[in-house]
Structure formats: C-alpha cells, structure tokens
Design a protein around this ligand. Structure first.
Ligand code: MN3
Length: 204
C-alpha cells in the first residue's frame, strides 16, 4: 500500500564512467529512499490519499490538505522524478535520439544539438537544486523548462518526457562543482527507448 522505491533496472556500476557507483548507491538507496519515507510519513496524516498514485497527488496538489501539501510536493516530487530518472538512463545507451522523439526534437528545436544546448542551459541556469526537463504541453507542443527543488512539471499541467537531476547529490562525488560537465556527459547514458515510451504515453 505504501509507496516504495523501485529497484534500479541495472547494476549500480552500470553507468560508469559517466555516473559513478558510489553516487548511484547514495542517490538511489539514500536520497530516493528518504523521499519515499517522508512521503509515506506525510500521508499517514491523510489516510484517504494513501491509495492515490504519487503522480495523481502531484497533478492535484490543490486537493492535498495544506498541512501536508509541502511535504507531498517535495517528497512525492522526489519520488516521481527519481523513479523516472533511473529508467531514462541505461548502460550502452546515449547517442542520437531514435524513433518518434527524434523527429519531434528535430521538428521543434531544429536539430539534436540545438535541443541539447537548450536543455543543458536550463539545467545550468537553474539556481540551486532542481531539474531540467523536456515536456509536452496540453496542445502537444514540446518545451524545455526547469523546475526548482523536486517540483514536477505535472503540477503545472505539463507532461514530463525526460528530465535531468541537477541537484548536487546527482553529480558531486564525480564532477564536484562542475555541473556543466555533468550535464554534457549525462547524454551518454540517456535511454532513448524509454524516452520514446514516455513520449508515446504522454500523447494519450
Ligand atoms: Mn536526486
């Protein structure tokens, strides 16, 4: 019944050398677990919300009692964001986008490099902690955006197709303060098959 951290779909070392093993352990086992633990603790105060998916909670934050709204926003967001993040990365991945998302990126941004630059720039300019995103709006248009903290674009009526975690804990052990280097290297682990799945799901 309670929310749970999904297991990593690959080994902790699988994303080396781009994402180091120790970071994956801390990020998945400690940070993601903390969001889930705190989300479940908050929902103990609102048992009628316990059966809702974390996504539905984020889409309707206004319906969450004010006393736990901040906790649900931060920890539910942390849970949903990271559950996506593990899946949109994979070993032996990266490279140019494939499938329908490749065409959509080309159509919207001109080419892949222009899109990457825009996405990385959003991550670089996000002050403090947050995420850079490729989202789809209600009309079907693709946009690059960033959000602070663990805010998920769903709460603003956007569908998140892919996002990169620019919290320091995602890169600090390997990249130290060099967020720009992390943002560039991250493309080597992007799982375009999964991004395509999310792109299709977002069109429904
Ligand atoms: Mn994180």
């Amino acid at each position: 019944m309670a929310h749970e951290v999904p297991p990593l779909p690959y080994d902790y070392a699988a994303l080396e050398p781009y994402i180091d093993t120790q970071t994956m352990h801390l990020h998945h086992d400690k940070h993601h677990q903390a969001y889930v633990t705190n989300l479940n603790a908050a929902l103990e105060k609102a048992p009628d919300l316990q059966k809702m998916s974390a996504e539905d909670l984020l889409k309707g934050l206004g319906n969450v009692p004010e006393a736990i709204r901040g906790a649900v926003r931060n920890n539910g967001g942390g849970h949903v964001n990271h559950s996506m993040f593990w899946k949109i990365m994979a070993p032996n991945a990266g490279g140019d986008p494939t499938g329908a998302i490749a065409d959509a990126i080309k159509q919207t941004f001109g080419d892949f490099n222009a899109f990457k630059e825009k996405f990385n720039d959003a991550g670089l300019k996000q002050f403090g902690s947050g995420w850079s995103w490729l989202v789809r709006d209600r009309g079907g248009k693709l946009l690059v955006m960033s959000t602070p903290n663990q805010d998920n674009p769903m709460s603003q009526d956007f569908y998140p197709i892919m996002g990169n975690d620019v919290w320091e804990h995602a890169y600090y052990l390997k990249y130290q303060n060099r967020r720009g280097d992390y943002l560039k290297e991250w493309w080597n682990v992007v799982n375009w098959a999964e991004v395509n799945k999310r792109f299709q799901a977002g069109q429904k």
